[in-house]
Design a protein around this ligand. Structure first.
Ligand code: PEP
Length: 249
């Protein structure tokens, strides 16, 4: 069995001082565990503090929530993959639905961002997911498969082997609604088939996480599906005690 991945997306929360306090508390509550992987995506400005606070915990991955696809240049306000790596990131979240919906990120941009992450020696967690109207039109799998194919389109197979995918139905993010485990399982299976077309049997190793109002009440049921390899969590990852309980589920 793959080690389940517990990834915290702090979005626009926890500046450096709050991040430091959170991680001191979290580290005291959660000992290193060989049977699961922990990832934190703090705001970029809290990245260095997060890495420093976790310096005794090298098994915990730290990443950024977004990058520009260019490595450097006149792009005021942006962060790049080489800069994120320099600041301690190992992984980049790409294509989160808030980036797609609120900041106009397209499939083409996600593919360029995923490629930029790998060019800098980082890995990526590619987020995909359908909007409510797409689910109601029965186009969920078509949308998600299109997003996966676009997002991985610039990767070599050797790079693709280390990617992670997060399936996050847009209608379930921060809304209190969550997909039924059987719905998540069906979409995860479609994602797995798509990855196999690109990578063959090695695609079975790629973690496919579920995200969308995951909390202490539903996490065990979601992780019980053999197709769900982990969870990407926003709101319920913001409190150190609550997140410590969830990751030890
Ligand atoms: C997310 O931000 O990726 C997410 C799933 O948020 P929430 O858990 O708050 O729905």
């Amino acid at each position: 069995m793959k080690r389940p991945v517990f990834a915290a997306n702090w979005k626009l929360n926890h500046g450096p001082q709050e991040a430091r306090a959170f991680l001191q508390r979290f580290s005291g509550l959660v000992a290193p565990r060989a049977d699961r992987t922990f990832v934190f995506f703090p705001p970029a400005i809290s990245l260095a503090v997060t890495g420093f606070a976790l310096r005794e915990r090298p098994e915990i991955l730290v990443g950024v929530q977004n990058i520009h696809w260019e490595d450097k240049g006149a792009f005021t306000g942006e962060n790049s993959a080489p800069i994120a790596r320099d600041a301690g990131a190992k992984i980049v979240l790409v294509g989160h639905s808030e980036r797609r919906q609120l900041f106009g990120e397209t499939d083409e941009m996600t593919s360029k961002k995923v490629a930029a992450a790998y060019r800098a020696g980082l890995t990526a967690m590619l987020c995909v997911g359908e909007r409510l109207e797409e689910r109601e039109r029965n186009t969920t799998q078509a949308v998600v498969v299109r997003q996966v194919k676009a997002g991985i389109s610039r990767l070599e197979p050797s790079q693709l082997a280390s990617i992670a995918i997060a399936y996050e139905p847009v209608w379930a993010i921060g809304t209190g609604r969550t997909a039924k485990p059987e719905d998540a399982t069906a979409v995860h299976s479609a994602i797995r088939r798509t990855l196999k077309e690109a990578l063959g049997s090695k695609a079975t190793e790629i973690p496919i996480l579920y995200g969308g109002t995951v909390n202490a009440e539903n996490v065990a049921e979601l992780l019980a599906s053999p197709e769900v390899d982990g969870v990407l969590v926003g709101g319920a990852s913001l409190d150190a005690d609550g997140w410590a309980r969830i990751v030890q589920t």
